[in-house]
Design a protein around this ligand. Sequence first.
Ligand code: F0G
Length: 344
Amino acid sequence: MTYQGLIHRYGQYLDLPAHTKNISLLEGNTPLIPMPRLSAELGCELFIKFEGLNPTGSFKDRGMTAAISEAVGRGAQTVICASTGNTAASAAAYAARAGLRSIVLIPEGKVAAGKLAGAIAYGAEVIQVQGSFDDALTLVVEITQKTPIALVNSINPFRIKGQKTAAFEICDDLGSAPDWLCLPVGNAGNITSYWAGFKQYQKGLPQVLGVQAAGAAPLVLGHPVEKPETIATAIRIGKPARGEQALDAAQESNGRIIAVSDEQILSAQRILAAEGVWVEPASAAGLSGLLAESTVGKFEARGKRIVVVCTGHGMKDPSIITESFQSPKVIPANYDALIDLIEE
Ligand code: F0G
């Protein structure tokens, strides 16, 4: 039978209510891509779980199929979320599919072009808030307490249920959990979901390395960050809604949450692209953390099986390329100019 999406494939593990009406864009089923060069360099077996290949280009589609399916099943007509961009695009797409109205609140001027374009294309009402993601989240929590509008941020428990499927897929592909799972941490829904998923699936437990951007690292600093700042705008979050659960996951798994600089994130982004996997900056944080720690001898990768989660596609954030990569050269349209340039 052809693939029919996550609720069809893993519904028996998701404990969704009976009223759930399956709304799917055939999300999930993303590849676990072996990385031979990185593996050889680190002496390990390294795979990328490439979540950028979901229908809207990020892992958010896993939780969104569950959240929208539940919301539409109980008669919701409008959904709302705060977002650094990917949740917005995903909510907009699944709401469109279900015939719901969607409203998304984003921090003004801090959302990557591909995400904003997606949210608009799928028909969301996009509202820019003069504040951070955290401010926008406070607003949507308040409005969903006072009106029948349904909240589809990862505070919504169905988002977490849906996102557990990534852990199930990794176990199904590898036959067991990896030794380590490395991933970015922003609002902390994803790390919470993976940990819950591995525990539930009973194919072994990885150690978890959660990685924040240094300018938005409340879980490393131990206190909220009022003005988070990072080039990895997806994880530009100072008050993670599921921060406690993220810390629990790190601790229970005998792992940790660390911070890396924007330079380290961009370097990991280039390393991934150089092996054929282009991800948005936040998505490179997991690898960046792994490399940063192994360089200083804090992470023993040798002999380990490691899965690095790359949460969103590089096409989400094209502006970063001219800053961090080589920009294209320009020549007149003649052969001499071309041969001169490539033999330079
Ligand atoms: N990577 C990407 C590409 C993201 O978009 C996000 C979160 C994360 C990692 C972190 O995941 O929040 O579960 O810890 N993006 C949210 C959004 C906040 O609004 O799209 P998390």
